[in-house]
Design a protein around this ligand. Structure first.
Ligand SMILES: CC(C)(COP(=O)(O)OP(=O)(O)OC[C@H]1O[C@@H](n2cnc3c(N)ncnc32)[C@H](O)[C@@H]1OP(=O)(O)O)[C@@H](O)C(=O)NCCC(=O)NCCS
Length: 400
């Protein structure tokens, strides 16, 4: 039997079914748990979205109160996690690396890691989701040489994340913007980190391992690492325009031509599935306008959208067959900068949102109970002849 055709990057390959989200890359439509993204993300609280993904329906008031209380009670991280984060801060490790290391230590508070009952797994799902913001905020404070701030169990998930970063309760507009962001990125079909988490859990490994693997995947610049560079691009173009006295759009055009002409990629543009504008960019774009208008300073928003227009034109001209459009990362950078985060917090905050999707997929995969195990077509030598090391002149690489 001949090998089936290799599908590079598994593009377009269906690996399973999911009820969690539907990505229509041609129409540019994203459905999360049955709701259009545009309806869910700007209106729901993150806890409501978690309930939707984990239990397949929106919660009633009492269910929401219960889930909020449960998650709030799970926010504290253990002492050894703080010690490890302190050591990581001393080395000034990137926040995503510290997050990956910190989440791994959460096994220390698992009462019985060998218990794989659905109750124990559900508790792990909630624990890791509740604690990821604490790991990120604790590390960020340590990195800045500041004392970590204990989680505040009296305020919701998103508000508490901002509180732990800043040490004071954030403005409701900032909380809403952050919540819209984490809802927007909570799930997105079979993206690389979600797939990674499903591959790991499919071996009947554990939930912490699956989430740690997903963080490792998300950290890559082609997946969750793009928003920092996307905003840096806008700052860099602004700087150039100030230095040259030229118009921002003129500088943006020469910068984009330089990057794309030199074979580089512009972060915040292009997507494996969307060949039209990423619908998440629109939802976040609207949230960004609200946030910046509310703050009374729209200068960065205006400059970013001007740069976006120019980059799209340059990409259309230099990569005419590729249909490269704005993706979620571009507006992520604006929103997160707008709520007062430095760019090294952008990818970790993506994880703060996406963990809801990872854990829901992990639960789906546990229920599917089928190990993921594709094949590779062998392209190496065949029939090599073994020779003892003392008789080997060419490393034994001769064919048979
Ligand atoms: C996300 C991404 C990996 C998806 O791309 P993909 O569908 O796998 O496409 P490929 O990597 O095969 O690239 C196809 C072509 O488009 C070009 N391309 C894709 N995205 C580009 C970008 N952002 N800037 C410039 N060129 C880009 C590639 O250089 C390649 O051109 P070539 O065939 O002439 O060599 C890609 O668009 C990218 O690297 N974007 C920037 C990183 C980013 O924003 N990631 C966040 C995604 S949400």
């Amino acid at each position: 039997m001949s090998d089936p055709k290799i599908v590079s990057g598994l593009e377009g390959v269906l690996v399973t079914e999911t009820r969690l989200s539907k990505v229509d890359g041609t129409a540019g439509v994203l459905t999360i748990g049955g709701f259009p993204l545009e309806e869910l993300a700007p209106n729901a609280t993150y806890e409501e979205v978690l309930h939707l993904l984990w239990y397949d329906r929106l919660p009633t008031t009492s269910e929401l109160d219960e889930l909020r209380g449960e998650l709030a009670g799970l926010r504290t991280i253990p002492e050894p996690t703080i010690d490890l984060l302190t050591a990581a801060a001393r080395k000034k490790l990137p926040t995503m690396v510290a997050l990956r290391m910190g989440v791994d230590t959460l096994t220390l508070i698992d009462v019985d890691p060998s218990d794989i009952s659905s109750e124990a797994d559900m508790l792990r799902v909630k624990s890791v989701t509740a604690r990821i913001p604490t790991v990120v905020a604790t590390y960020r404070r340590l990195l800045e040489g500041e004392k970590p701030i204990e989680p505040n169990a009296d305020i919701p998930h998103a508000a508490n994340y901002l509180y732990m970063l800043k040490g004071e309760e954030a403005h409701p507009d900032a909380v809403r913007a952050l919540e819209t962001y984490i809802n927007t990125v909570v799930d997105h079909g079979m993206n690389n980190s979600t797939f990674t988490s499903r591959v790991i859990i499919s071996t009947r490994s554990d939930i912490v391992s699956a989430v740690v693997g997903a963080i490792g995947s998300l950290k890559g610049p082609l997946h969750g690492g793009a928003p920092g560079p996307a905003l840096d691009m806008v700052f860099e173009i602004r700087k150039r325009a100030e230095a040259s006295g030229k118009d921002l759009k003129e500088e943006a055009e020469s910068w984009a031509r330089e990057v794309v002409g030199g074979g580089g990629r512009i972060m915040g543009f292009g997507h494996r599935v969307y060949k039209v504008r990423d619908p998440r960019a629109d939802v976040l774009g609207r949230a960004a306008v609200k946030l910046f208008e509310g703050s009374g300073d729209t200068a960065l928003y205006d400059d970013a959208t001007a740069v976006e227009d120019v980059v799209l034109d340059v990409l259309a001209e230099l990569k005419p067959d590729r249909s490269i459009k704005t993706n979620v990362e571009f507006y992520t950078a604006l929103i997160l900068h707008g709520v007062g985060m430095e760019s090294d917090l952008f990818s970790p905050t993506f994880a703060v949102g996406r963990v809801g999707g990872w854990t829901a997929h992990i639960l789906e995969q546990i229920a599917e109970a089928r190990m993921i195990r594709p094949r590779a077509a062998y392209s190496g030598e065949l029939d090599r002849v073994w020779s003892p090391i003392e008789e080997r002149e060419d490393g034994g690489n001769r064919g048979g």
